[in-house]
Design a protein around this ligand. Structure first.
Ligand SMILES: [Zn+2]
Length: 469
């Protein structure tokens, strides 16, 4: 230990001794900023987005979910040969219909959507008896700004379904809620948002292979990573049907986000910073909470700070694994009689994932929350780059530096902070169109982030700084 380090240790020790005094509470309040700043305002409402949300139709969603159910089964290992497609039964027929639906929306917006298929052969595995062709179907609404079009926000649902037996290729597996509802959210967001233009790109994705082992999303996320796509946010909707059971709360939708990232590099970085609650997926979840306060979607996001429900998984995990921010939307209370079940009645209980258990108004509300999030992110500037916290000197002020939001849309920046024990951002300070600022707050007592804002008030996702020595 050199003398300088020794002196620093002593200083910290003395500071601790004095802090355990009468002034400690006041000092802590000062440090978390409760005494010096106000709570952050809700994001500005964009009238164009509000108008788009009104176009989202529960009736359309009902028709789409019923159409998906009409394919009998959408098991990933069900038939997809031309005869089955012609007969309208199986995963192949469902896939062709989804494609035709995206193409129809594209026709209505003068060809604004690029409708694509991502087809690959999944090798045999536990839940895949023989090598099986799997197809993800998606529509791309390319960003209108050359630089910002590289930025991507994405909404996804899985169109495959299952019943009791994961290897059943023939029996009915209606999958109205799981995940006809999420597929319908992707479709309806595509129909409505394709009527607008956004600087950044939006992808409306529907995947298969989820029930077999997240095969479709794994393939898609890996492809995105390999091709260097800049996916800022992934919204996975899985079981958002608002099952009409007595204890359902139709006013909320759960938003699950990972804490420590499954992507190792990111996890190591956060662990060293006390950033266990600050993965990029969690910033996305907080952004959705912000959107939920600004726009009246008809449903409020309820943030759940865990990757997923106990022992369950979903497609957002595949994106997280490649280092992308992604969250999962799921109804407040699931009815397990209506998931992964053969359609039947036993002891007076109706089993099976049928369309009549789905609350189509609820799905429309969830679609509005998704659309508002996609539109806000795609309208707004890119997050600031290389956000750093200057930590080479021991001092009680905090200096943050960053590089301009790429793409030139930002008109200014805001520094956010919250107590280390708080779930959401508590304070925001507009610092102008600068790339460096110093706040009279101790970096050791709060968590900081920086976000970019444009002239209309659209916000980027916030970025938590890394310390700079
Ligand atoms: Zn599902």
């Amino acid at each position: 230990m050199n003398s300088l380090t020794k002196k620093r240790c002593w200083t910290v020790a003395v500071a601790l001794i004095f802090a355990v005094g009468a002034g400690a509470v006041a000092q802590a309040q000062q440090a978390s900023g409760t005494a010096v700043s106000k709570a952050p305002e809700t994001m500005a409402v964009d009238g164009r987005i509000t108008a788009a949300l009104q176009q989202i139709s529960a009736e359309r969603i009902r028709a789409n979910i019923e159409k998906l159910v009409s394919f009998g089964t959408r098991s990933t290992i069900s038939a997809q040969d031309p005869a089955a497609i012609g007969a309208g039964r199986g995963v192949g027929a469902a896939r062709e219909w989804i494609k035709s639906e995206f193409e129809r929306y594209s026709k209505d917006c003068g060809g604004c959507l690029e409708v694509k298929s991502d087809t690959f052969t999944e090798p045999a595995a536990d839940r895949i008896p023989q090598p099986t062709e799997i197809t993800n179907v998606y529509a791309v609404l390319k960003g209108s700004d050359a630089e910002n079009a590289k930025r991507i926000v994405l909404v996804t649902g899985h169109y495959d379904s299952r019943n009791n037996d994961i290897l059943d290729t023939k029996g009915d597996a209606p999958g109205a809620n799981d995940d006809g509802s999420g597929t319908a959210v992707s479709l309806e967001c595509a129909r409505v948002l394709s009527k607008l233009k956004f600087p950044a790109t939006i992808i409306f994705l529907t995947v298969a292979g989820e029930e077999q082992g997240l095969n479709g999303s794994h393939h898609f996320a890996k492809m995105a990573k390999e091709q260097g796509w800049d996916i800022e946010a992934g919204l996975n909707n899985d079981i958002v049907g608002g099952d009409k059971s007595a204890e359902q709360d139709h006013s909320v939708v759960r938003v699950f986000s990972e804490g420590m990232p499954v992507a190792e590099v990111e996890a190591r970085r956060l662990r060293g910073l006390g950033g266990e609650n600050d993965s990029t997926s969690r910033q996305l979840a907080r952004y959705i909470a912000d959107v939920g306060r600004a726009y009246d979607a008809g449903v409020k996001p309820m943030l759940v700070f865990r990757l997923d429900r106990y022992l369950r998984g979903g497609d957002h995990y595949a994106f997280n694994g490649e280092g992308f921010a992604a969250v999962r939307f799921t109804e407040f209370r699931e009815d397990f009689h209506h998931q992964h079940q053969n359609v039947r009645t036993e002891s007076g209980i109706e089993y099976g994932d049928l369309a009549r258990f789905v609350d189509f108004d609820y799905v429309a509300h969830v679609a509005r929350l998704n659309a508002a999030t996609l539109a806000s992110l795609a309208s707004g500037p890119a997050p600031p780059a290389n956000v750093h916290l200057v930590a080479k000197d021991l001092e009680n002020d905090s200096t943050l530096t960053w590089e301009n939001s790429p793409g030139g849309m930002a008109s200014g920046y805001e520094v956010l902070w919250r107590a280390t024990t708080s779930p959401e951002w508590e304070h925001a300070e507009k610092v102008g169109n600068v790339t460096r600022t110093t706040l009279k707050l101790s970096k050791d007592n709060v968590i900081f982030a920086v976000r970019a804002v444009d002239a209309q008030g659209h916000r980027s996702l916030p970025v938590v700084p890394v310390p700079e020595r």
